[in-house]
Design a protein around this ligand. Sequence first.
Ligand code: ZN
Length: 247
Amino acid sequence: MRYLILSDIHANLDALQAVLHEADRLTYDRVLVLGDLVGYGAQPNEVIDEIRALDPLAIIRGNHDKVAAGIEGADGFNPIAQQAAEWTYKTLTPENRLYLSTRPLGPIFVDGDTEICHGSPGDEDAYITSELAALRALKQSERPVCFYGHTHVPVAFRLTDTGFEVVAGRSNGERQVTIERGMQYLINPGSVGQPRDGDPRAAFALFERDPRVVTLYRTPYPVERAQERIVEAGLPETLARRLALGR
Ligand code: ZN
C-alpha cells in the first residue's frame, strides 16, 4: 500500500494537476488529504471536483475550508485572506460548499501506523513553527506517523527514546524518511498550491507502507498560468506574486 499525501492545495488546479501527473508516474494506491483545499487560488470548484474524483481514503478540513464553506467567520484572517475567502464562498457551487462544510475535523486515524491532522493533533488551527511545538505535537499524536499541514513547509521530525530531531526538510529536493520501529514521526508534506519555504514548486509526499518509507517530493508546475487565473478572477494580486516566490 502506498499513500499519496496532499495538503494545502488552496484552489491551485495547475499545481494539483502537476502533482497528480507526477504521482501517477511514481504510482500510489490511496490518497490522504490534510485540508485547505481552497482559499487564495482561483479554481476552488475545479480542485474540489478533482479531489472528489480521487475518492480519498481520508480527508479532513483546514481553516480556510471552514471559512470558505461558511461554518466559521474570517475574523482570524488577514485582509487579503478574508477577501479570498469571501470570493471563494461566493464562487463555490452549493454542492461543493456542502462537501467542504462536511469534511471532518482532524485528527483522523487512517490505520495502525498513520494519523492525519491539519494544524496539530491537539488543535486543528495551531501552527507547528518551532521545535517546541513539534515536540508537543509528537507527544499528542497517537500513531507512529502523524502527517500535518497548515504551515506550508515540508519537514519531518522524529522522537526517539533518547531525543528529538529534525530528519528531513529545510532544503530543496527529494527527501526520504525511513520509519523505524519504536520511534514516532511528525511529517509535513508541504503545500501543493502555495509553498512557503522559498521553493515555488508544488510539494507532496508518498508513504510506502512496506517497508515503511516516507518520501517528500517537489514538482514544477506552470506558475504563470495559476497567477493569470488569480488576476483574472479579481483576487488580490499579491496572491499571484507570492506563488512565484514560494512565500
Ligand atoms: Zn493552508
